[in-house]
Ligand binder design. Structure first.
Ligand SMILES: [Zn+2]
Length: 314
């Protein structure tokens, strides 16, 4: 009984072994065939089966994706730089235009403000303006005498109430001079002498309305500042030659040359000589003479100085 059981069990175990071998060989063949189908590439085969390759794939893909993104970025950058340059060319121009416009606008706003501030400062610090006047200066109560000589200029105005009329001494001296000039065939006349304060107001206002303050200040004195209010200033011209009156052409005429050379002998000085504008405050006026008396006139003439220099007021 035992042998039969043994043989029976041996037969049974043999069958099991055979089945196992068959299954194993079939599996091995299938694997070999599978690998062969995959070009004998073990990795490829494993990938298809899905063992351990799933982790590699996501690593490779993200590595490739950034690589692809970097290179296009490098390629895009120059492309983007080109439009950037075009944009930069446009934007700087736009920026300059924009910055220039607001710069110009404030400049326009600032420049007129700055001079006005300077003028305000000048008036505060008693500094004369372009025309030599101290803005806001009040006329004095008394005229200015230096060494007994009446001085009237842009720094030393006269009181509005100062109304001496035409100087009798000056008139007498002019008549004497005119008489002598007549002997040389020159017929002199004083076409403007004493001017009252009120008249200068009318005159100056008329000039300002016509040409504006700045222009008027160049050729006309403000009320209180005119030497004609002293009664000793004589505007001299030639009878029948009005075209040369109060004109630069007077100095070119025979009459003008004669007066310039001889007036001092009668106590008159050329009040606003050429090249002395900074001292006198007025442009050269070949027709405007001031009576100061013979002695002083002679010294001023021979020293070739102005009344301001003579009085030490330059
Ligand atoms: Zn004059």
């Amino acid at each position: 009984m035992n042998r039969k059981r043994k043989t029976y069990s041996k037969k049974k175990s043999n069958k099991t072994l055979t089945i196992l071998l068959l299954v194993t060989s079939i599996l091995m063949t299938a694997i070999v065939v599978w690998i062969g189908v995959n070009d004998w590439d073990l990795n490829k085969t494993l990938k298809q089966i899905g063992i351990g390759t799933e982790q590699e794939q996501p690593i490779i893909v993200p590595e490739e994706e950034p690589d692809e993104q970097e290179s296009p970025e490098d390629e895009i950058l120059p492309v983007e730089e080109e439009p950037d340059e075009e944009v930069e060319e446009e934007t700087p121009a736009k920026v300059i235009e924009k910055t220039e416009e607001p710069e110009k606008e404030p400049e326009k706003n600032v420049t007129p403000v700055k001079p006005s501030k300077k003028e305000e400062n000048k008036s505060n610090t008693a500094t004369p303006n372009k025309s030599g006047y101290i803005e806001g200066q009040k006329l004095p109560d008394e005229p200015t005498y230096i060494n007994g000589i009446l001085l009237a200029n842009k720094k030393n105005p006269l009181p509005s109430t100062f109304a001496p009329g035409e100087s009798k001494q000056a008139r007498a001296a002019f008549d004497e001079m005119a008489a002598e000039a007549k002997l040389s065939g020159i017929n002199l006349t004083a076409f403007s002498t004493y001017r009252a304060y009120a008249y200068q107001v009318t005159l100056y206002d008329r000039y300002v309305q016509k040409d504006g303050v700045e222009a008027a200040d160049r050729y006309s004195a403000r009320p209180g500042y005119s030497e004609h209010q002293t009664g000793m200033a004589f505007d001299i011209g030639e009878v029948n030659y009005e075209k040369h009156w109060a004109s630069n052409s007077f100095k070119e005429t025979e009459a003008g040359k004669w007066v310039a050379a001889n007036a001092y002998r009668y106590g008159f000085i050329l009040r606003y000589p050429e090249g002395k504008e900074d001292i006198t405050g007025y442009m050269h006026e070949s027709w405007h003479f001031r009576y100061v008396g013979k002695d002083i006139a002679e010294e001023i003439f021979k020293r070739n100085i102005t009344l301001e220099e003579y009085l030490g007021q330059n």
